[in-house]
Design a protein around this ligand. Sequence first.
Ligand SMILES: Cc1cc2nc3c(=O)[nH]c(=O)nc-3n(C[C@H](O)[C@H](O)[C@H](O)COP(=O)(O)O)c2cc1C
Length: 172
Amino acid sequence: MDFLQLAKDRYSVRSFSDKKVEKEKLDYILEAGRVAPTACNNQPQRVLVVQSEEALAKWRRCTRCHFNEQLVLITCYDREQVWHRSYDGHDSGDVDASIVTTHQMLAAWEKGVGSTWIMFFDPDAVKAEFNLPDNIVPVSALAMGYAAEDAKPSDRHGSKKDAKETIIYDTF
Ligand SMILES: Cc1cc2nc3c(=O)[nH]c(=O)nc-3n(C[C@H](O)[C@H](O)[C@H](O)COP(=O)(O)O)c2cc1C
């Protein structure tokens, strides 16, 4: 599929069927994230694959976004491996993790697997539920699965600002 068409067709799926995501598709999605660019190629991302009923129950205690997801990929970064900008110390962790998540989200769609990016979760709860050490920072989560029959794009999906509002050529 043409990339731009894939990017336009993808929407946040907020109702999943009970069908599990096959291992080969999961592996493909994880590989797409693994090869994502990161600052200085430090690859600080750590991806939690949440798929057992026990692990999914832990995830559901961390967020109010529940869509009958069958799989969740929680992308974190390692504070001890993340790149820092020398002149102000700012780190690339959120950006690195977000690029990984974006690769996963689009690769999933290509394979017919739906997802919704979840930021509305409690990172401290994720750390506690999944026993994460202090250097691991949860950034983003993809709730995933096959779209249920009633799944449909939200009104927000089709509502994009005009290019004139978001793209600035040469000068403000
Ligand atoms: C950084 C980020 C955080 C998001 N957090 C949530 C969330 O916590 N819960 C949710 O239901 N959707 C969340 N979304 C999905 C957005 O609401 C959705 O992408 C947006 O409304 C556009 O709709 P579309 O993805 O269907 O095109 C998030 C998306 C992004 C990129």
